[in-house]
Unconditional design. Structure first.
Length: 95
């Protein structure tokens, strides 16, 4: 689980203050309503939500997506999760 963000060795990871503020509330809602399966996150941004929430959501396979320039941060955050094997590589979506 993410506690305070990435180490200095992971300086390429972007950080979002809004994610830090809303991840607990979002996690509570998702734990209540999600059933096992694949979740497509549209507009994954920094990747922090996937990294934090996947550790709380048993049976979920997380598919982050965003513009290609964001993939480094998204995939980097995913690698920090305990359940990193349930976060797929970022999918390119740019509408």
């Amino acid at each position: 689980m993410i506690a305070g963000g990435p180490s200095s060795a992971s300086s390429a990871l972007r950080s979002s203050p809004s994610c830090e503020r809303n991840r607990e509330a979002l996690g509570r809602v998702l734990e209540t309503w999600l059933t096992p399966g694949t979740l497509l996150e549209v507009g994954s941004g920094t990747g922090q939500h996937a990294a934090y929430l996947i550790d709380r959501l048993d049976g979920v396979l997380w598919q982050p997506s965003d513009r290609i320039p964001d993939h480094g941060s998204i995939n980097g955050w995913a690698a920090t999760a305990e359940a990193a094997d349930r976060v797929l590589p970022a999918l390119a979506l740019d509408a």
